[in-house]
Every structure is written in structure tokens, then in C-alpha cells.
Design a protein around this ligand. Sequence first.
Ligand code: UDX
Ligand code: ADP
Length: 462
Amino acid sequence: MPIKSICCLGAGYVGGPTMAMIAAKCADIQVTVADMNEHRIAAWNSAALPIYEPGLDAVVASAIGRNLHFTTDIRSAIAAADLIFVSVGTPTKSYGIGAGRAADLRYIESAARLIAEVSEGNKIIVEKSTIPVKTATAIKAILAANSPHGATFQVLSNPEFLAEGTAVEDLECPDRILIGGETTAEGNAAVEALAAVYARWIPRERILTTNLWSSELSKLVANAFLAQRISSINSISALCEATGADVDEVARACGMDSRIGPKFLKASIGFGGSCFQKDILNLVYLCDSFNLPHVAEYWRQVVHLNDWQKTRFVEKIVRTLYNTVNGKRIGILGFAFKKDTNDTRESAAIHVCRDLLLERAHLAIYDPRVSPQTIREDLAAAGVSAEIIASNVEICTDSYAAATGAHALATLTEWDEFRTLDLPRIYDLMLKPAFIFDGRAILPADELTAHGFDAFVIGRGL
Ligand code: UDX
Ligand code: ADP
């Protein structure tokens, strides 16, 4: 049966944009995104969307009210749907067994219980959230044991590979769509029904179908491989700083080898975002659970190196500023985990700012898209006291305000606007010597010295 009505539980960074694209491409399918967070739903229904993503406004505007709906009425949305995407958060567990590594599946479980309670007839349930391998089994068991109206379910895995900041392009033209299902007649039919939705705008040869476990595991492995490349190049950035090599040149030379490829070789202060660390920790937990400690240890190192890179950057700042930043004003350019998003989850900037605040620096933080409230909440969640946030954190409205009277400036996110800063103006605004720490290697390194700055560029040295 062709899909006529879709519901998505979770109106976050994944659910919102993905459903908007499906609705935009399939005018005859009703798409309802349901979330219990009233503010989020109200924002999706307003002109100011809750997430910043280039091009997303236009996609939402093309379908909202026609076949795209955002609601808090989760039960009605489930009841009306042929196919239900589960796109609720799966944070790393912070308590009990597997704390700090395993995924916390309580939102997935409560979503599954609600689906079971409300559903009638046949429904296809699609895991969209990143989840540990074999979660589909848990979902199936909950659905089977809790369906008062005798509904039947097919559970599919359809991991999302979009990256924030490029979500619209990634959804419009994905490298691949992966759909995992049970290898039974009903399972195959469900896979085909979902594949037919994507086939409206994605060439069939890019729609891969696998068994459930391969699909679930592929998502973790793809993210682990990408993160591993970043940790690899970041490890080399330290060696470049020590030897006088330039990490961008090394990355270019290596990336031109078609077997290696150029992407994900940009040195940084460390990867952030809601996926990489969480997925690797998930993989590590999985390997430990299956008694594969060598495999677990191998992947754990990717996260260790990432943590070290953040710490190393802070140490570089403190050491360079004559071993103390106590009372010194440091301008922070960028707080989001990457450019073109307002998302700060696991942003390396949070760690860098927290550690500088522990060293008693005064921070003047500017990010083009992250709200002052989010910055303060993130620092508080990272353990910075309310008093220190009140006394030592200033949120600025542009880069020049952050640079005014600063001993040092640090670029933590690669926003395009930082590439074209008026460097002589910045220099005039700062105390001398004027130190710049370019954690993303985006500023024109040679010009920095010519303009009089004492510059440190990640992977290049002072
Ligand atoms: C990632 C995956 O790319 C995506 O396929 C998956 O669906 C979700 O996780 P995302 O976290 O949104 O996407 O962004 P990504 O572009 O992968 O960047 C992750 C982090 O790595 C950012 O902090 C980014 O700044 C950093 N990064 C990326 C580098 O430091 N160097 C690089 O070369 C690339
Ligand atoms: P992601 O980046 O994976 O999209 P987010 O945290 O941005 O994750 O979004 C997850 C959303 O899921 C949140 O808005 C949260 O309120 C919502 N959510 C959690 N549990 C449920 C549920 N049972 N039904 C509907 N929405 C839910």
C-alpha cells in the first residue's frame, strides 16, 4: 500500500528538516511532526524556526499548512499515520549501567509504548534517531506486548546521514538512503513502501536496502570513520606545530590521493555535535558488551584524542599568555559546534570556555547564531558556577566588540564572517601584544603577523 500519511515523533534537528523535505517533495502525502515541547512546535509554526539551517525556511514555507503540520497532539498524529518515524533524542546515559557510554533509550521506549497504545491496523515504524544496534528488537517487543487494539507493526531502520549546516542540500541530494528491514515478505513490503517515498526525488541506485542490524550498525560506523579522520588529522596538527610543517598542506597532499580523499581532514580544536562522540561511545559500549575489548579500545582512542585536542588548545593559550589568564579579557569568536548552525551540543567551544573560566579569564563571547541564553546554559551545564558566569562572561553582538580591550582572541567556530574580519581594526581594538589563537585555521596566517599580531594557528604553530 502506498504511504499516504506520515507522522514523525520529535521535532528536533533531524525530525524537523527531514519531514519538511519529504513534505516538500511529496505533495500528496500528509506529514505531521509531533513533539511534546510546546515552544518548539510553536516556533516551527512561526516565522522564526527553532533551528537555523541555511535554506530551511523556504522548504518549510513551501509545504506548511498544505501537507506539513507541526503539532503537540502526538496521539492523533500517531493514529492518523501509515508510517511513523521515531526521531526523539538518544543522549548518552549519565547514570547507572553504561553511564557515559551507552545510549539512554528512555525517549525511544516511551515513544514505542505510546505508539502501541494508540495504534490500530497496520503501521510501519521507522527508527530515525541514532540508536544502538538491536534497538529494533526492543521496539518490536514493546509494540507486540502493548497493543490493545491488535495493531500489527513492521519496524525499519532508516538512519539519517544529514550534517547540520548543510541539512537541506544533504536531504535534497543524499549520497545514499539506507533502509534496513526484516527479511520476510512483510518486512520487504515495508522497506519497499518507504523506498517509494524517497524514490520521488532520489535515484533508486542510491537507495540501499539491508537487514536491520546492518543498517543500525552502518550509521554508527559511518560516524566513527568520519570522527576518526578528524582525530587523525588533529593528532598530526600537534606534530606539525612541533616540526614547522603546516597541517593544511599535509592534509591537501594526503587528500589528493584518491584512496584517501580530501574531506574531513580539516584540523580543528576538536569535533563536536550531537552524533560523533555519542556514536563512538555507543560503538565502544557495544564492543565491550560483546567482549571485544581490543576493538573497543581502538575506537575509544578517537574520543581521547579529541578531548586532548581541546585541552591542548587551552594550555596553549594559557602558556602563551605568560602562564596566566587570571583577569584577562579573551575574545571568543564562535560557540556553535560548526558553522551555519545554532546547535551547540558537545561543541568544543564549551570545553575551551569552561577551562578558560576555571583559569579565571574574562570571556567576551560572540557567535552569529547562538543565543546568549544557550551560551550561559551550556556553560552552567558544563559546571561553571552562576557567579562566574555572571561576573566573567560577556556576550557580544559582533567580533569587534569581543576584541575590544582583549589580551587575546580565539576563533573556535569556522563561521565565514571570521574569514573576512577587518584585521587592522581588530588589532587597534586589542591590548598589546595582541594574541590570536586560530583554533580553526581560517584566518589568513601570513597577514596576521604582517598586521602585528602574535598569532598561533592550529597545526601551524606560532
Ligand atoms: C555528523 C555526520 O557528518 C552526519 O553524517 C551524521 O548524520 C551526523 O553527524 P554533524 O555532526 O552535523 O554531522 O556535522 P559534521 O559536519 O560531521 O561535523 C562534526 C564536527 O566535526 C564539527 O564540530 C566540525 O567542526 C568537525 N569537523 C568536521 C572538523 O573538525 N574537521 C573536519 O574536517 C570536518
Ligand atoms: P535530534 O538532533 O536527534 O533531532 P533533538 O534533541 O533536537 O534530537 O530532538 C528530539 C526531540 O524529540 C525533542 O524536541 C523532544 O522534545 C522530542 N521527543 C522526545 N520524546 C518524544 C516523544 N515520546 N514523542 C514526541 N517527541 C518526543
